[in-house]
Design a protein around this ligand. Structure first.
Ligand SMILES: [Zn+2]
Ligand SMILES: [Zn+2]
Length: 124
């Protein structure tokens, strides 16, 4: 299903469009996602990299190298976390579910590092 997904950061300076299909989506409870998102998990949908583009504010997006391979894209004005990609798999880009407008309505198939889920998550 070739759906279109759109989204923007908190300040609205950055906006993007991605075309499906979503390869998979996930909640990642790794400590790096927790730190960067300031939350229990980083929640992402994965797209083909050539199906994702910024429609506004690409110049505001900064990437942080959180590991040798991981690159975390965020708005340098408001700090919204927008993307995760690995330089080892350049055909894939992960886009944060929380920045999608309208809200993502697909399923989330995977929980990554569930053993690292914090005790303060409801229903843990
Ligand atoms: Zn912003
Ligand atoms: Zn993670």
């Amino acid at each position: 299903m070739a759906e279109q997904y759109t989204g923007a950061c908190l300040c609205g300076g950055v906006a993007y469009v991605a075309h499906g299909p979503v390869h998979h989506s996930s909640h990642c409870y790794c400590s790096m996602c927790q730190k960067q998102h300031g939350a229990a998990a980083g929640s992402y949908a994965n797209f083909s990299a050539d199906k994702f583009r910024y429609v506004r504010g690409a110049e505001l997006v900064q990437e942080y190298a959180s590991s040798d391979e991981g690159r975390r894209g965020f708005c340098r004005v408001c700090g919204s976390s927008l993307t995760w990609r690995s330089v080892a798999t350049p055909n894939n880009i992960a886009v944060t579910l929380g920045t999608m407008e309208p809200p993502y309505d697909g399923e989330v198939q995977r929980e990554l590092f569930p053993e690292n889920k914090p005790g303060w998550v409801p229903g843990k």
